[in-house]
Design a protein around this ligand. Structure first.
Ligand SMILES: [Zn+2]
Length: 173
C-alpha cells in the first residue's frame, strides 16, 4: 500500500504545512491544528491512522516518516508541550506505553538493540515540538546511528501498514 492510503493528517503536505504554521507561531494553542491532536481524535487503531494502541490518556502510533522499520511514537492524547506539564496519570501511562512499545518491538522484530528517547524543542530536532512525544525504534547491528538516520530518508523493507500489523498483532492484550 502507498502513502496515498494514509489518514489525511499523515500526508507530507499536511505535516509540512503544520510545521510551518507552528514555526510562524500561528498554530492554535489548543492544538486544533496539531497533527498529533488530530491523530488522537482519529479513532481507535486502524491501518489508515496507523494507531497501534490507544489508552485512556496516551496512545502509540507508527511514525509515518520512520528512521527505521517499526518506529513508533508514544504521546499523551492531550495537547501538551512538556514532560513536566503532564499530569501524574498521563506520565505514568506514557511510561507504561513506552515500556510496552519496546517489548512489543522486541517481540515483533527481534532487533539487536533499541533506541528510545525524545527531542524536546525545535533546537533538539523535534519537528512538532508543541505536542510532546517519545520515539521507540528497533536497531540492527550495522545500521546507521540514530543521529545520522534522523536526517535521511530511509528505504524501508516493508510498508507502514505491514509494520502496523506486525506491532498490533504482537501488542499484548
Ligand atoms: Zn497536539
Amino acid at each position: 500500500m502507498s502513502l496515498e492510503r494514509l489518514w489525511a493528517g499523515w500526508r507530507r503536505e499536511y505535516i509540512v504545512d503544520a510545521t510551518a504554521r507552528e514555526r510562524a507561531g500561528t498554530m492554535a494553542l489548543d492544538g486544533v491544528d496539531c497533527v498529533f491532536c488530530r491523530l488522537a481524535q482519529s479513532g481507535g487503531p486502524s491501518e489508515d491512522n496507523l494507531v497501534v494502541w490507544r489508552g485512556e490518556l496516551t496512545f502509540v502510533v507508527m511514525n509515518a516518516y520512520p528512521y527505521a522499520t517499526g518506529h513508533v511514537l508514544v504521546m499523551p492524547l492531550r495537547h501538551e508541550a512538556s514532560l513536566a506539564g503532564l499530569t501524574e496519570g498521563e506520565a505514568a501511562e506514557l511510561w507504561w506505553a513506552t515500556r510496552r512499545s519496546a517489548a512489543t518491538i522486541e517481540t515483533a522484530y527481534d532487533p539487536d538493540g533499541l533506541n528510545m528517547g525524545a527531542n524536546l524543542g525545535r533546537a533538539a530536532g523535534a519537528g512538532l515540538p508543541s505536542h510532546v512525544h517519545l520515539h521507540v525504534l528497533p536497531r540492527w547491528s550495522g545500521d546507521t546511528n540514530f543521529m545520522t538516520s534522523v536526517a535521511e530518508t530511509r528505504v524501508l523493507p516493508e510498508t507502514l501498514q505491514l509494520s502496523w500489523k506486525r506491532l498490533t498483532d504482537a501488542w499484548p492484550g
